[in-house]
Design a binder for this molecule. Structure first.
Ligand code: ZN
Length: 232
């Protein structure tokens, strides 16, 4: 399942989404990345031409964001920095102790590290997110075991793997591969991606049978899919 296409342009890679709009929308995000929303029928060449015309504007925008970011320069792994877990935002509370640990308490993510540094906090958080991803995804995968058994499908097996452009994929042998980044998304989005991949165990492509099954199992999938796309 693709989040969006990646397009190489004269000003570097861009994330390309399609919509019903009639003109190309070009935006520069605060991190300097380029995002395009193109009409469904627009060709890559036509898009490239439009970008070439806007090159100066793009460079200017990026410079402005860079200057703003330099001024702010808030470390993202300090006390009070916000991080997302299953769609909710939590603030970091960092302390020192003999053992590294992370726990969720109220609106806070408590991070204990043996020696305070951004890097140590980053590492502890990364390990925690990985463990949570495994726990949360596994819990949901298990719920499909009976469904698969009743349809003579192999029991789904979870594999976690970082992927550039996908939230998940399904293999013929029942393996459901999920992107650990999904743990930051709302719970409903995690459910949707898993249901989507489960449907692939029966129908490998996105044909009408796949859509019918997905709609039956997850009626509000279009809304949730859109929510997931807006997270990027
Ligand atoms: Zn798919």
């Amino acid at each position: 399942m693709c989040r969006s296409e990646l397009l190489e342009t004269v000003v570097g890679p861009a994330r390309l989404k399609r919509s019903d709009r009639r003109t190309l929308a070009i935006s520069i995000l605060p991190d300097g990345s380029l995002e395009l929303i193109a009409p469904k029928g627009a060709t890559a060449t036509a898009i490239q031409k439009k970008i070439e015309k806007r090159t100066r504007w793009i460079v200017k925008q990026r410079d402005a964001f860079r200057r703003m970011n330099e001024k702010r320069s808030v470390p993202r792994f300090c006390n009070g920095a916000t991080h997302r877990y299953l769609g909710r935002q939590y603030r970091l509370k960092i302390s020192q102790s003999n053992e590294a640990s992370v726990s969720l308490r109220g609106a806070y993510l408590h991070v204990s590290v043996t020696q305070k540094s951004d890097d140590a906090v980053k590492k502890a958080l990364h390990a925690w997110y990985r463990a949570k991803a495994r726990e949360q995804f596994q819990k949901r995968i298990v719920r499909w075991e009976e469904w698969c058994r009743n349809r003579k499908l192999l029991a789904p097996k979870l594999q976690i793997k970082s992927m550039q452009k996908r939230w998940g994929s399904a293999l013929k042998n029942g393996t459901i591969i999920l992107n650990p980044e999904l743990i930051h998304a709302p719970s409903a989005c995690v459910d949707y991606v898993i249901t989507h991949e489960i449907c692939h165990l029966r129908h490998p492509d996105h044909g009408p049978q796949f859509i019918r099954l997905l709609t039956q199992l997850f009626p509000e999938w279009r809304r949730i899919k859109q929510r997931l796309e807006e997270l990027n």
